[in-house]
Design a protein around this ligand. Structure first.
Ligand SMILES: [Zn+2]
Length: 192
């Protein structure tokens, strides 16, 4: 998929933003970066949310996509300044509280004090969902919240954290397309 734009501003610091941006509306059509279990596995490994030998099955991929859709709902509400849907809040809170989002502190004679996952490996997905839900909550209430925006270049549906006030698109390509559309509209106006 050479078409896929680079991550939107803010997605490097916020895995929840990167998750929210996995359904892509490209000019060539819709692409879901989490369409298959293999896609979901790749995405989780790349974000450091699953070990490199992890394998996610459809049920888990579906849970990841479901949380994504709820996070998208919350981001939309945040951007538009509208009340969030109770179902979106519930889903994120359920993911937040089902598993600890951070590694716990452990001690054994060989390694001494160390951090390790609180749950066995089969609960890897619970932890990944908790981390993503916690990050969504941070994104919506932390210092980035005021700069959260939806890309203003249709058909793009990505979100971004604006690096400066004027920036309203998620990528150079979206900016170019928005400018071209504006120039085209101006030309039509002048012609008529
Ligand atoms: Zn965009």
């Amino acid at each position: 998929m050479t078409d896929v734009p680079p991550p939107a501003p803010g997605a490097d610091r916020h895995p929840a933003l990167d998750l929210a941006n996995t359904p892509l509306a490209l000019t060539s059509g819709e692409v879901d970066l989490l369409a298959t279990p293999a896609d979901a596995t790749r995405w989780l490994i790349k974000r450091g949310l699953a070990p490199s030998d992890a394998r996610v099955y459809e049920l888990c991929a579906d849970r990841l996509r479901t949380l994504r859709d709820h996070i998208r709902g919350l981001l939309s509400a945040g951007v538009n300044g509208t009340p969030p849907k109770p179902a979106d809040l519930e889903a994120v809170n359920a993911a937040l509280t089902r598993a600890p989002a951070t590694d716990v502190l452990r001690w054994d004679a060989d390694r001494g004090l160390h951090r390790a996952a609180a749950h066995p490996i089969d609960q890897m997905l619970e932890r990944a969902l908790a981390v993503l839900a916690a990050d969504a909550a941070d994104l919506l209430t932390g210092p980035s919240a005021a700069r959260l925006a939806a890309c203003g270049s249709p058909p793009c549906r990505r979100f971004l954290v604006r690096t400066h006030a004027a920036r309203h698109w998620c990528s150079v390509r979206c900016g170019d397309r928005a400018r071209a559309a504006r120039a085209y509209a101006r030309r039509r106006e002048t012609a008529s």
